[in-house]
Design a protein around this ligand. Structure first.
Ligand SMILES: C[S@@+](CC[C@H](N)C(=O)[O-])C[C@H]1O[C@@H](n2cnc3c(N)ncnc32)[C@H](O)[C@@H]1O
Length: 309
């Protein structure tokens, strides 16, 4: 039962391991449900670390076979210094190194920028690969713009905006440690932080402050789909949109993101039509090519809205 999917995975990974990319990349995207029997597995490359995430309960045989295969593949390429595996089940994550040693510091490289990674963190490692199209769009749109980065986490959007020449950026996230990592990410990329704010607050309790620091030409909204006590997309996205108009400059653009498989591709456009009709949908940014998806409704949506006519 488990041999077949594993041999398919091996075939897929072998060519990736033989020709590892120069940048952070997804080597295998099982979560996109394009490969039978392999939906539980994603494999990422953050040189020199291979980072594997296994979702839910899987057969012990499958997990053993997977680990043996990854060790064997890692031995083929000296650029692989460590393979670490995380298993996520029922909201909990455990991780262990299955090959080599975890380097003391590790960074994601993307388009000439670096982002620090924390493989010992509870679940997320400090960087979301799938948001690259959003960062790319922001970087090319940011010249001279005032940017608000809502749910900034480790501030990858802020780094992209400043690299694109943004006039200033306001980052806000209730996780202080994520913002501290965000500050280090700015330093790592040689960016001047004097025009950047890092606000460690709950967004819904900081509307007055955000409004005072505005108006903004570009707003990024990248919330969790559900985080107990702090955000629930079904009700809180609308609550947020209702508050935005007072913060927007003329011709403002909003990059609205959502990674909620249970809320389809129409969720964001419908929400904007109802709660922020002054902004019209421009385009949905394309997926990364290394994230093949069977159903585009179920993956990260990055939708661009604009008030320009
Ligand atoms: C999906 S992550 C954001 C990823 C980020 N945009 C990036 O570029 O990597 C969601 C973030 O929302 C933050 N968050 C959730 N509810 C919040 C709230 N009510 N106010 C402020 N931050 C919140 C979490 O702390 C978390 O860092």
């Amino acid at each position: 039962m488990t041999t077949m999917p594993l041999s398919n995975l091996r075939q897929h990974l072998q060519s990736s391991f033989d020709d590892l990319p120069g940048e952070a990349a997804r080597l295998f995207h099982g979560r996109g449900h394009c490969y039978e029997g392999l939906s539980a597995v994603n494999v990422d490359w953050f040189e020199p670390v291979v980072w594997v995430v296994v979702y839910g309960e899987v057969e012990p045989d499958f997990l053993d076979g997977l680990q043996r295969m990854l060790i064997e593949l890692a031995q083929r390429n000296e650029r692989v210094v460590c393979v670490s595996l995380q298993q996520r089940n029922k909201g909990k994550a455990s991780q262990w190194v299955i090959y080599g040693d975890m380097p003391a510091t590790c960074r994601a490289q993307e388009g000439g920028a670096s982002f620090e990674l924390n493989f010992s963190a509870n679940q997320n490692i400090g960087f979301f690969l799938d948001a690259r199209p959003g960062r790319q769009w922001l970087q090319q749109a940011a010249e001279g713009k005032r940017v608000l980065n809502l749910f900034s986490y480790t501030c990858s959007f802020s780094v992209a905006a400043l690299r694109g020449g943004a006039a200033n950026v306001v980052n806000i996230d209730m996780a202080k440690s994520a913002l501290a990592s965000g500050q280090r990410n700015h330093a790592l990329n040689g960016l001047d932080s004097s025009c950047v704010r890092f606000l460690p607050h709950d967004i819904f309790r900081s509307m007055g402050k955000l409004q005072k620091l505005g108006p903004y030409d570009l707003v990024v909204i990248d919330p969790p789909s559900r985080q107990k006590g702090s955000f629930e997309a079904e009700k809180d996205y609308a609550r947020l949109l209702k508050r935005l108009p007072s913060m927007l400059a003329p011709n403002a653009q909003v990059l609205a993101c959502l990674n909620a498989p249970h809320l389809g591709g129409e969720f964001l456009p419908q929400l904007f039509a109802e709660y922020l009709p002054a902004l019209h949908p421009v385009e949905r940014l394309p997926q990364r090519q290394d994230f093949p998806e069977r159903d585009l409704d179920c993956c990260l949506k990055m939708q661009l809205f604009s008030s320009a006519t």
